[in-house]
Design a protein around this ligand. Sequence first.
Ligand code: 8YV
Length: 302
Amino acid sequence: MSARPTVVVTRRLPDPVEQELARDFDARLNTDDRPLGPDGLREALKSADALLCTVTDKLTAEVLSAEPLRARILANFGVGFNHIDTEAAKARGLAVSNTPDVLTDATADTAMTLLLMVARRTGEGERHLRAGQWTGWRPTHMLGTHVSGKTLGLVGMGRIARAVAQRAHHGFGMKVIFHDPYPPPADVAASLGAEPRARLEQVLKEADFVSLHCPATPETRHLMNKERLSLMRADAYLINTARGDVVDEAALVEALTARKIAGAGLDVYEKEPQVTPALLMMENVVLLPHLGSATRETRVAM
Ligand code: 8YV
């Protein structure tokens, strides 16, 4: 019997992380990277001291009811933890940890990538070129929307939103407005050139780009519904690097189809890895496969 704590690692992790885990723990690595599923997760909770889990593991009250429970901690690989029923975890005496800060910059970079891609039609342009359709430069070819100097509206003003504001304001000369029920101190907002708005609706009406940075909670589920999407300007773009649940994907498709908004840049979806099929057909939508924090450096730091 090893004296080292047993850790079940639910997915493949970058090599240096797995090596460290193997050194410090009795680590059960997931070399074929197949999600454990509810039964596998329950089994892990019964047979290991810790579960190193992530967004693809649904840790519901049902899963967490595993008996007899051996695990003491759910160490989540990721900052968002909406896939964990934290009340149920608490009731079972399970600590829950996450990985904030280290993925702030990578995720803010992804938000800016989506914003630039959708505004400047770069996904569309690349598809056009790769399909052999490019006939050469012309003054009116694939004109996009200017980004520099435009207004960015941030929904939520936590760590990642602030890093986006930093890039947008100091890098792209954008005007930044935000709404957050728990706003940062005035001097912090001012240093990012960011102006608060008392109501979310004001942000939605004013912004050329609306970028979502709130956590996924029961309160923020479908925050961007039909009604709020209709407050956005017809020439505005929606960017989502937060969680799919924050947007009513069907209402978004409707708003895009009716040209109520100009486009969207999405990294997250309501039913990952499924994407509402209509979105796949739209040239004015940029779709990334949940790459927010996907840099080697960040994934090792996480
Ligand atoms: C992760 C994320 O890559 O940390 C989060 O909440 O959304 C991403 O950066 C992924 O969710 C793994 O947890």
